[in-house]
Design a protein around this ligand. Structure first.
Ligand SMILES: [Zn+2]
Length: 244
């Protein structure tokens, strides 16, 4: 699964600290589901095992959440946060695949009992994709879909440009992304959709996507993200200098 001997040797020779860290983490199984710290399966916040209730945790119990379950690899902390920044802002495309591989065991652990599963990435406005050159969530989704043999389908698109969520105060984030995502005329009845993103901050963008997926008839959505910026640690403020 992590067989990139050439890349591994190159990273060591070139002193690429992040890639060397990634290999070490994989060798140690550091991000396998059984080794990551516990989190709320409803909102993804880091919490103790005893703090989860059937209705969520203290952070989300009063929140409306569009997905049925969330999986994450880690909270938004180093070295995962460094790897995500490498993907987004250093044009290191390979991180799309490497981060996606960390997500695979977490989705496998869910044992999704549905033959009709589609993968969809959180869409990016064409202007931002042109600026960045790619949609990092789509790269991650591609790795996930390829592994499970699930189709990766562009079910959603951005209907308008919005300022990055990280530049908007938390209370205004739902308004900022409101009606910024549009769906296509596809019937998703009886389908499970795995909605992939790199980072969940307030969850407003993911919720907006879920709203459109539900409008297409989907009633089972799994949010799959690499990292969750925990509100209790306030680390969502440092997610990126210029986010999605
Ligand atoms: Zn929660």
């Amino acid at each position: 699964m992590f067989g990139y001997p050439f890349q591994r040797i190159c990273s060591q020779l070139l002193g690429d600290e992040h890639i060397t860290q990634w290999y070490a983490a994989c060798d140690q199984g550091k991000y396998l589901p059984q080794h990551v710290s516990s989190y709320c399966p409803r909102c993804g916040a880091s919490i103790g095992k005893q703090a989860v209730t059937p209705k969520g945790c203290a952070f989300c119990i009063h929140q409306k959440i569009g997905w049925q379950h969330i999986v994450r690899v880690s909270s938004y902390t180093p070295p995962i946060s460094d790897w995500i920044l490498s993907l987004k802002f250093k044009r290191a495309w390979r991180w799309g695949n490497m981060l996606g591989q960390l997500l695979i065991p977490h989705l496998a652990a869910l044992e999704i009992d549905n033959k009709q599963v589609a993968v969809c990435s959180v869409p990016m406005h064409w202007y931002r994709r042109w600026e960045r050159g790619f949609n990092q969530a789509h790269l991650i989704a591609g790795t996930v879909g390829k592994h499970f043999n699930w189709p990766v389908v562009p079910l959603l698109h951005r209907s308008r440009y919005t300022p990055p969520q990280t530049r908007v105060i938390p209370s205004q984030r739902p308004v900022n992304v409101s009606r910024s995502v549009a769906s296509k005329k596809i019937d998703l009845k009886d389908w499970t959709v795995v909605l992939v993103d790199d980072v969940k901050t307030s969850g407003a963008t993911l919720n907006n996507c879920c709203k459109e997926l539900k409008a297409m008839g989907c009633n089972h959505i799994i949010a799959a993200v690499i990292a969750v910026a925990d509100l209790k640690n306030n680390n969502f403020k440092t997610v990126v200098p210029t986010g999605r």
